[in-house]
Design a protein around this ligand. Structure first.
Ligand code: NI
Length: 228
């Protein structure tokens, strides 16, 4: 499932992120943090994860996604890897087709995380650069994603995806991986559909015996499928 999450960041948070991601920020070659297959395709810059600005922005992004109810409902996050920040522009302007590593080590906790869901948060306005689309290849064909600054997209980590070359301007973004409490993508999808439609039913009808019963179904399915 591909899911667009609008307005994850406030305008003030977008401004703060851009301020920290200026050209003189501690950018490193992106291929240093990729596996062998991905590194051969990766030509961008990535903010040093050890820098103070990365630490501050990681907290900003995690705080933003964790207050978003739709993010929680769709991802059912168990663990989230500290977000990365990247810059595409000039000579370092693309990330060719690749798959994300299945298991990744959290540098803070030294614990492994299984990548179920990838999330990209766009930090540059789409009119400020050409190219730089996130292309996701899945069974429904190729999806091209280029969102407003502050918006995010969730997509399956299992998909082949790429960032097309940026031919004008600079594309700043954050991305991170989520290990979900519900490993199976089809089960996660059912829970998300049930939750979103229950929300609409409650808006239309208020609380009824049926919405209460279906909420029970939601939680009992989650109880069956969740690993915490
Ligand atoms: Ni990737």
């Amino acid at each position: 499932m591909l899911l667009h999450l609008p307005h994850i960041l406030t305008p003030a948070e977008i401004a703060q992120a851009r301020q920290s991601l200026r050209d003189d920020a501690p950018w490193l070659a992106g291929e240093r943090s990729a596996g062998a297959q991905a590194a051969s395709q990766k030509n961008n810059l990535q903010l040093s994860q050890q820098s103070a600005s990365a630490r501050a922005l990681q907290a900003l992004i995690l705080n933003a996604v964790q207050r978003d109810a739709m993010f929680f409902s769709a991802a059912l996050p168990h663990k989230i890897l500290p977000p990365f920040f990247n810059r595409y522009g000039g000579q370092e302007n693309f990330y060719g087709p690749h798959v994300d590593g299945a298991v990744l080590k959290d540098p803070n906790t030294q614990q492994w995380l299984r990548s179920d869901i990838s999330c990209t948060v766009f930090l540059s306005e789409p009119q400020d650069y050409d190219g730089g689309e996130l292309e996701i290849h899945d069974t429904a064909g190729t999806q091209r994603v280029k969102l407003n600054a502050g918006d995010a997209v969730l997509y399956p980590s299992s998909s082949v995806h790429q960032v097309t070359p940026v031919t004008r301007g600079v594309r700043l973004a954050s991305f991170f991986w989520v290990e979900s409490m519900v490993r199976d993508a089809a089960q996660r999808r059912l829970l998300f559909d049930l939750d979103m439609n229950l929300l609409k039913l409650r808006t239309q009808l208020g609380e009824t015996p049926e919405t209460t019963a279906l909420t029970g179904v939601y939680h009992n399915l989650l109880r069956q499928w969740a690993c915490t």
